[in-house]
Ligand binder design. Structure first.
Ligand code: ASP
Length: 440
């Protein structure tokens, strides 16, 4: 049995954090595969090593000296080694990196060195084998991630190492050129490794004790979510509640491996368990709502045309237009003679002719656009087959004197989306939270 453990940048920001990480790994012999991020911020105004590396590489491209530019990065790593009190010497690694920077080996290569060097330090400190992600995580020549090849080769590699550190965030193309995932991508590497290792659990160690039921900037001291299904998380992360990289759930979800979000600074806290499917045996029966997430800055295009229900192809023509124009939409609530399309408000800047084109293809009787809308997703597997959830949401909003402008219940009965005016957003989230979390 193996557990895969990923540590974020703040968990490995300095030697003090490294020591906490080593203790966590030692505490459970099943924690066999470790995925480190690059050192993150030590204090508010600090700079993440990944950002230092991007800036360093850009300065070299602009003609500055590679050695001078790389020095602060080397100092940051040397500081960690010195404070850990180990005898590791990375001078030859630094020299090779500087040399490659001079050869302009790419921005991705530059950024990936944060994870690479941090991985070397961590492997040395905890006595684990180091596996370079360039040999284990594969990208295709066009730069897309090759999941099948990676899974096959990584499984083989892991079989030969009982314990290993595999740096997050990057891999390589067949020609050896380093490629990174998008920012925060070490979460994804952790998930890929968990799948290949057929892990029993993927622990994602960060600096919070799990997902919160609502945004703490809106709700005071919201509860931590104990368990959440992958589907619920999708509904919430899509609305912008990101502790975990969006893509990170896919490999483990496929393999039905749970993810545990844990806090390096408070390892005793249970954190949030992300589970493949609802486990009704462990579910707190009183909890209907798992989480509430929302976002401002949406607009609704209301389209009205008599007898649209009899006009075959009406919806298709509009959606085809959206497709050819490359406009994505959030929701499409419809009525007999009306349809509304909810879009991010920025689409009108990016596609100034959008409404004109809708007029042309759909010839609606009436069309208007409402701006300044906020969407709130109320998500919970406990809603299913339970009466009164929508009533309670509406009652909460009505008591708070908030006008609901859009309602959309997901067909899975997992979420209810309400649209309110942006000015009502925070009050609406608080009202819904209070109705479900305080009352129970
Ligand atoms: N270090 C990278 C970043 O800052 C990747 C990661 O931490 O997941 O985005």
């Amino acid at each position: 049995m193996a557990k895969v453990v990923k540590f974020g940048g703040s968990s490995l920001a300095d030697a003090k954090q490294f020591k906490k990480v080593a203790k966590i790994i030692e505490a459970d012999k099943h924690r066999r595969y470790v995925i480190p991020s690059a050192p993150g911020k030590r204090f508010g105004a600090d700079v993440k090593v990944t950002d230092m590396l991007y800036a360093c590489y850009d300065a070299i491209l602009a003609g500055r000296d590679a050695e001078v530019e790389f020095t602060p990065v080397a100092e940051r790593f040397n500081g960690i080694i010195k404070d850990l009190g180990t005898s590791l010497n990375l001078t030859s690694e630094y020299e090779r990196i500087i040399e490659n920077f001079r050869k302009k080996s790419g921005r991705d290569y530059a950024a990936s060195r944060g994870e690479y060097l941090n991985g070397l330090i961590l492997a040395d400190f905890i006595g684990y084998e180091f596996v370079d992600a360039a040999k284990a995580i594969h990208f295709r020549p066009d730069g897309t991630f090759d999941a099948d090849l990676t899974d096959a080769s990584l499984s083989m590699i892991l079989e030969s190492f009982r314990r290993a550190v595999i740096p997050g965030f990057y891999g390589a193309k067949p020609d050896g050129v380093i490629k990174t995932f998008s920012r925060g991508g070490s979460d994804f590497t952790g998930s890929i490794v968990a799948k290949a290792a057929k892990a029993s659990l993927y622990e994602n160690w960060t600096d919070v004790s799990g997902f919160l039921v609502a945004d703490p900037r809106i709700v005071k001291n919201p509860e931590v979510i104990k368990t959440i299904t992958y589907r619920e998380l999708r509904e919430l992360s899509y609305m912008g509640a990101g502790v975990l990289h969006e893509d990170a759930i896919f490999p483990v979800r496929e393999a039905k491996i749970p993810i545990n979000i844990k806090n390096t600074n408070n390892p005793e806290a249970p954190g949030t368990m992300i589970i493949p499917e609802a486990d009704f045996s462990d579910k707190d029966p009183a909890k209907v709502i798992t989480g509430i997430a929302g976002k401002k800055n949406f607009s609704v295009i209301h389209i009205e045309k008599d007898e649209t229900n009899n006009e075959i192809g009406f919806l298709r023509r509009i959606l085809t237009l959206f497709e050819t124009e490359g406009v994505s939409f959030e929701h499409i609530p419809t009525g007999i003679d009306t349809m509304s399309i909810v879009v991010g408000s920025d689409v009108f800047e990016k596609h100034p002719r959008l409404t004109e084109l809708i007029e042309k293809v759909a010839k609606p009787g009436h069309m208007d656009i409402e701006h300044n809308l906020a969407l709130i997703a109320v998500v919970g597997r406990g809603m299913k087959e339970r009466r009164g959830t929508a009533t309670r949401i509406f009652a909460a909003l009505s008591h708070a004197n908030i006008n609901i402008r859009i309602i959309d219940q997901g067909s899975s009965e997992l979420n209810v989306i309400v649209g309110v005016g942006e000015e009502d957003f925070e009050n609406a989230v608080r009202a819904i939270y209070d109705m479900f979390m305080l009352a129970e």
